[in-house]
Design a binder for this molecule. Sequence first.
Ligand code: A3P
Length: 348
Amino acid sequence: MGSSKTFDVTAIDVEKVEEGYRKTYEKLDEMLPTLAQGENWLADGVQVVQYQGFWLPKFIVQGIMLIHDHFNPRPTDIILSTFPKCGTTWLRALIFAIINRKNYYDFQNHPLLSSNPQDLVPFFEMLIHEGGSTSSIESLPSPRFLATHIPFPLIPKSMTSSSSGRFVYICREPKDVFVSMWHFMNKLRAKELAPLSLEEAFDFFCRGVTFAGSYWDHVLGFWEASLESPNKVLFLKYEDMKRDPSVYVRKLAEFLDLPFSAEEEDEGMVEKIVKLCSFESLSNLDVNKNGNNTPGKGKHPGTNSDFFRKGQIGDWRNHLTPQMVEVLDKITKEKFQGTELSFDLVSY
Ligand code: A3P
């Protein structure tokens, strides 16, 4: 008697869940054709659409909608939020190393020595889009550590409310973001296509037509959220971290309620983590030099080495014309006007 009751309840839940997903997909079918379309840097046939003010591949909008309708946030969730090319790979590695430091105390067999950071930290919206449901993320044990490019205004309130998890955001000087993105997209572009010219990419970037663009609106969303809820959103800059990574590793650990103990400090744990996750260490590992980042499992396409180029501040100087610099600096100044947010545009 008891077991048949349990079975009935489960059956009703499954039906309810299926009905919920059906409704989400119906909404998507109705909405997606109505959205404005933009250019695709990869020219791979994937449609880029403008959704609630941001440019995104259609399949990512699907992932976002599934998250809105079905994802159950937990108070222990740690969400790494970035605009692409701002240091996602680095922060994936650093946060992974911080939160798992008790498990890999001697650093000898550390997972970061044999796995690309993308393999260790799920790409939230991509994984959900690929699975067609939120179940793969729901089945992860707590605390879940996820990476996302979803702009702050598109994240469901259930995730941003005070009772849910924490966000770490990293941004970067816009000219370096653009140059990094241009190189990256040309690596991912099909070899039979002509490379995307710097000029064409520049036009897309300035108009905000990039994955999760515009860049400036993406940054502003998290900047404002960090001012409103500093205990919930940690706002970092790539350049600050490059100059003094140890300071920010401590800051990250404190923000995540995992401060380094006096004993760990004495043992040089912070410096060990900084070294393990540095551009020089990670980019020289066999897995990151020669490993294939096969599509699927919520990962980016391409090879692992695509995520390690120069890792420097100011590479834009080697690529941009004075006119391009002027245009990008002007957009940055205008977009961030009236906020305390700035990049040291001259000294970079
Ligand atoms: P460059 O193209 O300027 O070299 P993302 O991980 O968000 O895709 O960002 C990629 C950028 O971060 C690339 O910048 C890459 O070289 C740089 N990067 C990757 N790993 C890094 C690390 N451990 N430390 C600093 N920068 C890193």
